[in-house]
Design a protein around this ligand. Structure first.
Ligand code: NDP
Length: 314
């Protein structure tokens, strides 16, 4: 049978390119878990995906209620779950004030981390039930949350501190930042990506042996053309792609990045669990090192426990 992969945020950028790459193999049915149904449907058509290769289902990660409803609708559709890709993200680098999710969490961490945290926890049961030979859960990471790299050292740097802001609800009353500091939209995004990478490792430690599920994260390269930068100032949007192409040489096209993520979904040679994958300039994959904070097992455990409380699992 065909494998079924759920991809969050498959209506543009990396998620869409991955959906297309998987559909083209003829071996995958892609569930596009998106907040904008019409946009997702149009996006699938625009890249030439055929009707039988995908299903669009509604998921708004900025609402925990919507996450629960998505899980229910997915179960009702009676498809197996073979791979889950947590890909969607928001990035608000120029916001002066924080915005908040339906439950009142700062929106970058609320969407990118907490929404996916609840989704992955709920869908783990479904993954366990699958009889697919290689079951995987992938959380898209980023270099920007990784302070052991050049790009990860561009200020403001990611730093979760002692998680005091998250523990106090991330609702702007005490703070809307995980470390309890002043609001900074770019930092909130980077912090959320560190959470993604810590969560993947904690899932691996807690569940890999018991379930056989492969947990992985990746940095697909700098996809300077995606919608992620839509809220950046125009001059940045003009200069960022050539800068990445010619100066840092970290640039990848959406298509190439989609192929990389599709490899993490299905390539037998990328089946190892607990790995953060990256690619060389010649497009060969390797197991990358994470920064000190992004590989801190103590912090991962604490993040897990605090997040469980916030999403109502504990
Ligand atoms: P895009 O902005 O193109 O895609 C983000 C996707 O997330 C969109 O489909 C968007 O939906 C969706 N999304 C946003 N908020 C929600 C929500 N509340 N509920 C459901 N879906 C939502 O960016 P990219 O493709 O670049 O980003 C994809 C992933 O890649 C992210 O995890 C990002 O951190 C990561 N990444 C990107 C890099 C880059 O250089 N671009 C580098 C490293 C990592 P909609 O279409 O409705 O807006």
């Amino acid at each position: 049978r065909k494998g079924t992969a759920v991809i969050t945020g498959a209506s543009s950028g990396l998620g869409l390119a991955t959906a297309k790459a998987l559909a083209e193999t003829g071996e995958w049915h892609v569930v596009m878990a998106c907040r904008n149904f019409l946009k997702a449907e149009k996006a699938a058509k625009s890249v030439g995906m055929s009707k039988e290769d995908y299903t669009v289902m509604h998921l708004d990660l900025a609402s925990l209620e919507s996450v629960k409803q998505f899980v229910e609708s997915f179960r009702r559709a009676e498809r197996p779950l073979d791979v889950l890709v947590c890909n969607a993200a928001v990035y608000q680098p120029t916001a002066k004030e924080p915005s908040f999710t339906a439950e009142g969490f700062e929106i970058s961490v609320g969407t990118n981390h907490l929404g996916h945290f609840l989704l992955s926890r709920l869908l783990l049961d479904d993954l366990k039930k699958s009889d697919y030979p290689s079951k995987r859960m992938i959380i898209v990471g980023s270099i920007t949350g990784n302070t052991n790299t050049l790009a990860g050292n561009v200020p403001p740097k990611a730093n979760l501190g002692d998680l005091r802001g998250l523990a106090s609800g991330l609702n702007g009353q005490n703070s809307s930042m995980i470390d309890g500091g002043e609001y900074d939209g770019a930092k909130a995004y980077k912090d959320s990506k560190v959470c993604n990478m810590l969560t993947m490792q904690e899932l691996h430690r807690r569940y890999h042996e018991e379930t056989g599920v492969t947990f992985a994260s990746l940095y697909p390269g700098c996809i300077a053309t995606t919608g992620l930068f839509r809220e950046h100032i125009p001059l940045f949007r003009l200069l960022f792609p050539p800068f990445q192409k010619y100066i840092t040489k970290g640039y990848v096209s959406e298509e190439e990045a989609g192929k990389r993520l599709a490899q993490v979904v299905s390539d037998p040679s990328l089946g190892k669990s607990g790995v953060y994958w990256s690619w060389n300039n010649n497009s060969s994959s390797f197991e990358n090192q994470l920064s000190k904070e992004a590989s801190d097992a103590e912090k991962a455990k604490k993040l897990w426990e605090v997040s469980e409380k916030l999403v109502g699992l504990a």
